[in-house]
Design a protein around this ligand. Structure first.
Ligand code: ZN
Length: 121
């Protein structure tokens, strides 16, 4: 927890002041160019991989970057896509998979799903 606190303090002391004008623009609204759908895997850091900045990507993440079938129960992923398309008018969508995805391996191999009924579905 200490590491996170120190990171936040650094953001407040160094990152935010250096980008103050950009953050003030973002406080007025957003118009991201890309909807980015990816896995929750901790090794994926979209802005680091793509060289993007705050405000560039509208992101939804879940284990295995799964997009539920339309018409299923309300969920965050489809609500995010709906908001991106209907409200923000985001012109492009990127579905980003990755190597060694535990969720995809479990889904394909049908192993280790006993304790994961939601993921299993
Ligand atoms: Zn994954």
């Amino acid at each position: 927890m200490k590491r996170l606190y120190e990171g936040y303090r650094k953001f407040q002391a160094e990152v935010f002041p250096a980008r103050r004008s950009h953050y003030h623009l973002l406080a007025e609204g957003q118009s991201p160019e890309w909807l980015f759908i990816t896995c929750s895997d901790s090794r994926i850091v979209p802005d680091l991989i793509l060289g993007t900045e705050p405000g560039d990507l509208f992101i939804t993440r879940n284990a295995g970057n799964v997009i539920p079938v339309s018409g299923n129960d309300v969920d965050g992923c489809t609500a995010t896509i709906e908001y991106a398309v209907e409200v923000l008018k985001v012109p492009y969508a990127i579905l980003c998979g990755h190597s060694d995805c535990g969720a995809m391996k479990a889904a394909v191999e049908r192993k280790g799903l006993d304790k994961l009924p939601k993921a299993s579905r």
